[in-house]
Ligand binder design. Structure first.
Ligand code: RUB
Length: 323
């Protein structure tokens, strides 16, 4: 018998898989919230059944997208906080654990913003890629400190998350120049920083972020523009301390083929079988192309991030439901 998983967990899992909910921080936050709701609505008769249901819920959430480590880190955090002898105690501690996680996440982002804002001087221009709430927190804190900041925003094909970034920046009255991805190198000369987020940071300081980040970082290095990665410690990938690599999500070809002559048949039975489409969602930027990783614990050269990882995670790894 499969343990009952509340419909809301399935709905959240579906929203993450289809990118209704997207971006590493938002995914971790939504996963913690879904576990709390699972606990709230559970009709388990025994503590063992309650725990089984939560583990099943965590597994369902975990299987949605593979690259952002904030997802397993969130699940692990919430499940580790569960304690008690009765169903009522387990329920209460799950809800409390999820709440602490979500509050910490929000506070960490705010703190990270303040740390990152120190790197931005009055009048600076940042070039962004994709949509990262951690990266935007740095701009917001700089604005709050009275600095004038401008942005060159890369559109970010195929899902065009750059438009979400542009919209947020315009809400803050930041002057925005929106460019297509192919124009990035040309406009790097006008930028003082490349500012991006991360889905995962590996123990060697590699940054896993939206596809195109690595090419942007290589070009930035060539142009002498510093690359700043804004990533809360929830983005640090514990498994990479023992040599595991981060899985790069491959997404559907329909994301690439939409808005083309293939649009009608994208996702369907494409008869043009001579065309192969590859659609990786993320890539790996090696540490030598990154100047600083900004976290809520301060900023680090990428090569020294492993020290922080050991401090935060010890040497523990494993699947989030094996707690
Ligand atoms: C989003 C992406 C973002 C990171 C960081 O990819 O690559 O840069 O997740 O975001 P997708 P945040 O749109 O495929 O989820 O700083 O908000 O956690």
């Amino acid at each position: 018998d499969q343990p009952d998983v509340a419909a809301v967990v399935e709905a959240t899992a579906d929203d993450i898989a289809t990118m209704e909910i997207r971006g590493a921080a938002a995914i971790g936050d939504a996963a913690a919230e879904a576990l709390a709701t699972q606990a709230e609505r559970s009709e388990a008769a025994t503590p063992a059944a309650f725990r089984d249901q939560l583990r099943a819920a965590a597994r369902e959430l975990y299987e949605t997208r593979p690259t952002a480590v904030s997802l397993p880190n969130a699940l692990r955090y919430v499940l580790r906080g569960i304690e008690g002898e009765t169903v009522a105690e387990l329920r209460e501690s799950t809800i409390a654990s999820a709440e602490t996680f979500r509050t910490d996440l929000e506070q960490a982002q705010e703190r990270l913003g303040e740390v990152g804002a120190n790197r931005l001087r009055d009048g600076d221009v940042v070039m962004t890629h994709c949509h990262s709430t951690d990266a935007l927190a740095c701009v917001e804190a700089a604005l709050d400190a009275g600095k004038h900041v401008e942005a060159i925003v890369k559109e970010t094909r195929p899902r065009k998350q750059g438009h979400i970034t542009a919209e947020q920046l315009r809400e803050w009255d930041v002057p925005v120049t929106l460019i297509v991805d192919n124009a990035a190198r040309r406009y790097l000369d006008d930028a003082d920083h490349v500012l991006v987020g991360a889905d995962s940071i590996a123990a060697d300081g590699s940054v896993i972020n939206k596809i195109g980040t690595s090419g942007l970082a290589v070009n930035a290095r060539e142009r002498g523009v510093p690359v700043m990665v804004a990533a809360q410690t929830i983005k640090l990938h514990p498994d990479t301390m023992t040599g595991h690599t981060v899985e790069i999500e491959m997404r559907d070809e329909s994301e690439v083929l939409s808005e083309t002559k293939y649009a009608d048949i994208a996702g369907g039975d494409r008869t043009d079988d001579g065309l192969a489409v590859e659609n990786p969602a993320f890539d790996v930027t090696p540490p030598r192309h990154v100047d600083a990783i900004v976290t809520e614990r301060g900023q680090f050269p990428p090569e020294s991030i492993v020290t922080l990882m050991r401090e935060l995670f010890g040497e523990t790894t494993g699947e989030p439901w094996e707690v």
